[in-house]
Design a protein around this ligand. Sequence first.
Ligand code: TPP
Length: 532
Amino acid sequence: MTTVRDATFELFRRHGMTTMFGNPGSTELPMLAEFPSDFRYVLGLQEAVVVGMADGFAQASGSVTHVNLHTAPGVGNAMGALFNAQANHSPLLVTAGQQVRAQITMQANLTNRDATRVVHPYVKWAFEPPRAADVPAAIAQGIHRASLPPKGPAFVSIPMDDWTEEIADADVKWVTTRSVTGRAGADPEVIADLARRLESARKPVMVAGPDVDASGAWDLAIALAEKQRLGVWAPPATGGGRLGFPERHPNFMGTLPPGIGAIASTVEGADLVLVIGSSVFAYYPYIPGPPLPEGCELVAITSDPDEAARAPMGDAIVADVKVTLAALLAEVGESDREAPAGVGEAPPAEDSDPLGAGTVHATLNEVLPDDGIVVLESPTSTMALRNRLRISKPGSYYFCAGGGLGYGLSAGIGVQLAQPDRPVVCVLGEGSVQYAVSGFWTAVAYQVPITFLILRNNEYGILKWFAEFEQVSGAPGLDLPALETAEIARGYGVDVRRVRARDELREALTAAIASSGPSLVEVDVAPGMSLF
Ligand SMILES: Cc1ncc(C[n+]2csc(CCOP(=O)(O)OP(=O)(O)O)c2C)c(N)n1
C-alpha cells in the first residue's frame, strides 16, 4: 500500500515535473506535507503570477508544468492567466485544493462549489475525481491531456482529505508508468498534394508562427524557405507568442500587420500563402477588407483542430508541425524562383531626450548576448523591439498570444527558471508591471538572475493610440502619473537603476545582464507608438 500523495509525487517524478508553482492555502497543505527534497516549490504571491510563471516555464522547458492553486478564490484570481496560457498553447497541469469530501455537500467554507465548471472555457479538461483512489489517475490524465496537441491547461480539483488515503500499489503502477505521445503527421497524399501546389505556385510565401518554435521545427522551416525560395512573414505580433523564423535571415520579409485588409495588401502579388504553426490570424483591431489578394490561396499547417476549423479562409492540415514540415521538405524539389527581397535594415537609432523606445531597443540589441532571451510586454514598443532586435535563434522570444497583461513579468521569471544558463531580459511597460508586480518578490526570493527593462512613458500609451484609431475622445484613465515602478521593485528587494540617457542605459543594462540576481533598469521614454 502507498498513499495517494506518495503515488502522485511518484507520477510527477516520472514525468520530470519536479518544479511546482503555487500559492498555498489550508486546502492545499495536505498535498504539500513532507514535501520531497527532490522537488522545488516556487511560491508566487498572487495566483495570476503563479500561472504566468508556470506558463513561461512550461513553454521554455517544453514540458508539462504543475501549478497548484487555492480552491475557488485562487482559481478565480488565476482566470486571466489561464486565458493567456490557453492562447499560448502552454501545457499546464492546474490542480486546486477542495474542501474535505464530508463537507462539500453542505458547502462548508472554501468549498469550490462548481469546481469543474468555473475554469471553462480556458482549460481543455476539468475534473474532480469521484474517489480518493482515483486522484493519481485523474492527475495522470490531466498531464496527458495538457501535453497532447493542442497543448494547453488541464484542471483537476482534489478534496484535501484525499492525500492521506491509502491506495494499493497495483492500482497506481499502470497509472504512473504509462506514456502518451501525440505527434501525428499528415496523410502522405495530402503532403504530396501540398508539395505540388507549392512547386507550381508562381510566388508562394510562408508565414511561420509560434508552433514552429514550440515543436522544434526551426531548422526545417529555414530549409523549406531556402529550398522553395519563399519569402517568410511572421504572423501579426498580436498572436505571435513565439518566433517561427530567424528575423535576420535574407528570406525574412517582416511581421504581418494585424488587420484583415492590411494582411491582404501586404502579401499582394503572392498566389499561395503557406501558414505554418500559427492561427489564421490573430486579427485586431478590425480593419475590414478582403482576407487575401485576388487569386491568392492559403494553406495552413497546424496541430490545433480549433485553429484549423475557425480560420476564415484557406485550407488547413491538422498535423504536427515538425513531422509535417519534414515530410514536405522531403517531397518538394529545389525551386529556381527569384530570391525574395527581404525586409532590409531598420533606420539608424536617434538620440533624444527622453529617448524613443526604438533607441532603447537598439541599445538593448547592442548589449544582449547571443544566447539572450526576450520576454516582451511593452505594448507601444512591440514592433520597435522586433525591428531593432530581429531575433534569430529558437526559444529566444516569448510574448503573450492572449493579450492579458501580467503575463510578461511572471512568464519572464518562469522562462529564466527553465533556462538558467541563458540571460533573460523581460521588457515591460510600467503599466504592464502592475498586473504582476508581486512577481518581483519571487524573483528576489529565488535569486532568479532576470533583467527587467521598464519603459516608462507615464501613460497607458497603446490605449491612447487605440482611442485615436477608434475615434474616441475624452476617455478617462489613460495616464499613469507618479508611478514609481523602480521604487516599488526596490521595496521587493530588486537591484534597480533609473536611467535617461543612452550611455547610462547601455551601462545599466550591461551590469544588470551580468548580475547573478534580479535587476531592473527603468528608462524614461517618449510617449506614443514606436514602430522602429
Ligand atoms: C488584464 C488586462 N487588463 C487591461 C488590458 C488593456 N490594456 C492593454 S495595453 C494597456 C496599457 C499598457 O500600458 P504600459 O504597459 O505602460 O505600456 P504602453 O501602452 O504605455 O506602451 C492596457 C491597460 C489588458 N490588455 N489586459
